[in-house]
Design a protein around this ligand. Sequence first.
Ligand code: SF4
Length: 750
Amino acid sequence: MAAAAMATMQGRGRLLVEAGTGVGKSFAYLVPAILRAVLHNETVVVATATISLQEQLIQKDIPLLQATLEQWDLGSAARALVPVLAKGRGNYLSIRRLKVASERQDAILYDAEAKVSLHVVQDWAYTTKDGTLSSLPALERPEVWDHVRSDSDNCLGRKCPTYQKCFYQVARRELEKANLIVCNHALFFADLAMRQRPAASGGGGAILPPYDQLILDEAHNVEDAACEHFGLSLAQPRVTRLLRTLFSPRRGKGYLVERQLQLGVAGSEAVERAVHQVIHAEDAARRFFEALLEYAQRNLANSGRIVRPDVIENELTPAMRDLAVRLRGLRENIENEQDRFELQSYARRAAEAADTAEALVAQTMRGYVYWVEVDDRGGGGGTARGRGFGPRVELACAPIEVAPILRRVLFDLGTEVRAVPIDEGGEEGEGEADADVLEPDFEDGRPPRFERPSPPGSPTPPSAPAKKAIGIVLTSATLATRTASAEELTERAETAFAHAIQNLGLPPPPDTKTLQLGSPFDYSKQATLYIDLSLPNPKSGDTRRGGEGGGGPAPDDGSGRGYLDVLAARVLHHVRETDGGAFVLFTSFATLNAVGDRIKRELDRLDIALFMQGRDGPRTVVLKGFIETDRAVLLGAATFWQGVDVRGERLRNVIITRLPFEPPDRPLTQARLERIEEQGGNAFMQDSLPRAIIRFKQGFGRLIRSKSDRGRVVILDPRVKTARYGRMFLNALPEGVRIEEVRAEADECF
Ligand code: SF4
C-alpha cells in the first residue's frame, strides 16, 4: 500500500485502497505523505470521517513517525515536518465577540440559563489553551456559542484589538506554515465548496491552504459528506434565533433596541424601520414553516419529499431580503467599527436565509432532491426561549448524484487547487456573498477548475499559478463489494470497486488504480458466522414501498407468533450463547425498541445489562456503558454499523438482525433509485444491493479488531441464504470465515 500510495503521489494519480483493520493503513499513507512534504516541499491533506481517527493520527501515528525521521537518512535538503490538526473557524472562540456579548448580554440573551452558559464560556476562556470547542464544558444553552465564536462575517481581522492573541488567527498562521494537515471530511468539503465560488462573489476565503496531495481515509463516508456540503438546508431555529437576537417583541429587547439608544434622531428612525421589518419577517417565517409542516403532514407517505417547486408560498425570501437592506442601511448611521461589522454579519445572515429559502422552495438547482424534515422532539423555536416545544422543521436538498460534481471539482485527472487565501477577516463587504449558498445554477454551470496557487512568499503572481495537479489516495476497510481472489486478473479484480468508482465520480480504471489488501487476522480461527434460518423473510411483512429496507413490521413465522417475537427470542438465544458481550445491530429504531422491550426482563433475570441506543442515551453514552460493563448487550441502529472499535473480550458476539438495505422511502435513496430506473438501469442491483453489502461488511467488521479477538457473528435474516443475491453478501466477507447454519429447536420458545 505504501508503494502504491507513493507512486500515486508521484504521478498525481488516483488510488483506491481497501485494507482491513490491522493492516496499518495510516502508516502506509503517512510515510509517503511525509516524504512528499519534507523532500518535495509539498503540502499534504489527510481528511478522515471520525474524530477518533484524527486524534490517533495527530497524537500517536504522526509523532511516532516524526520521532524516527532522523533515521530516515533524508539528506540535508529535507525540510521540517510541520503537522497540524485543522479545525473549522466556528470551533474557535472570538475574544472580541465574547467581550461584546458580555457587555450586551441583557439585550441579546433570552433567559437566565443563557446567561449562565455565557458565564461558563467566560470562565473557560481564562484557562483554555487553544480556545476551541473541544475543551469547552457542555452548555445548557449551546446556542450561546453562536454569539462568541469566531465568525468570518464578523471578524475585524488585523484591525481587531485582540488580533495577535486571537485563537483563530494563531491557528490560521500555523495552518499556513503546515505541510501535513489533518482535518475531517466536513471541513475538507466545506473548503472545496468555498473554492467553487466565483472570485467575483467576494466574501470569505478558503479554510485550508493550497495542497498538492490529498488522502481521504474512511473513504466509505466521502459520498455522504460531499452530498451534505453540496446541498442546502434551512432550519427554523436558525431563522428564529437571528430574528430574536435582533429584536424580541415579547421582551421588547434585542440588539436593535440597544443601538437605538446610542443613535441620534435620524439613526433612531432607521432602527425603528429595521425593528418593524424584524416583526414582519418573524410573521413571514412563522407562516413559512407552518406551511411546510402542514405540507409534511399531508404527505406523510412521501417521507417529506417535495417533488415539484413552489408547493408553499414563499413569504420568507422577500421579508428577509428587505431586512438585509434595512440592516445595511442602518450600518451607514453607525460609526463604531465593531457595530458595523456586527450589522454586516446580521445582514449577511438575513440575505443568506432569503437566498436559501428561494433556492429550496423554487427548486432552482436541477439534479437535486428536495425534502422537508420534521422533528417532533421540538426545538422549533416556537417559544420566546427560542428552543420551543413545537416540532423542528427543516427544508433541505442534496444532489441526487454527487459523482458528477466530485468528478468535475476533485477527481478528474489533472485537477488543480485554486489559489484562495485562508479567510482572515477584516473585510467590510456589501454582504452579497453567502458563505454556504451555492450558485443556483451550479449543477449546470461548470464551476471553475482548481488552480494551484503559488507557495507562500513566492513571487509568482496569482494570475500565473504553477500548474501541477493534485494526487489523491482514498482508503477504507470497506470499499469493495466482494473479495477478489489473488488469482484474478487486474481487470477483473477492479470490478469489485465498480460501485465506489461510479458513486464517487472517480475516473474509470486504469486512471484510477485499485488495491484490495487482505487482513492480518486469521479469520478461520478468530470468527465464525452463524446463519440463523429460524426467522421468516422480514421483507414479506414489509408494507413499505419497495419492501427491501426500513424496519418493516411483523410477518408471522407460521407458528402464530409475530416476527418481532421470534426475532426477540432468537436474539436472546444468541446472547445466551456467549453470556452477553453482544452488539445487536438494527436497521430501524422501531424494531430496536420493540426487541429491547421484549428481551429486557429476561436479561435482567440473567443479570446481563442492556443498553439501548436512543432510549438509554446517544451513541457515546451507551457505548461507554457497554465497555464498562462485564456482561452487557448493546442494541444499536445505523451509527453502530461502522466506526465503533471495541477490542477484546468485551465484544464477542455481533448479531445482525436484518440485511442493511437502505429504507427506499428516504427521499435521497428514492430519488437515486428513480434516476437509475429512468436511465434504464436496475436500481436494486446497481445501487441498493452494493450499498447493503458494504454496510453488511461494516457490521461484520465490528467483531475482530485485533489479532487476539475471537467471536461470532450471527445473521438473523434468512435472505442471505434463500435470496438469489444472498451469496453476494457472503462473498464480501474476509477470507477464511467459517460459516454454519442454525435453526431454533422445536422447544425453544420465548
Ligand atoms: S481577530 Fe476576528 S476572530 Fe479573532 S478575536 Fe478579533 S474579531 Fe474575533
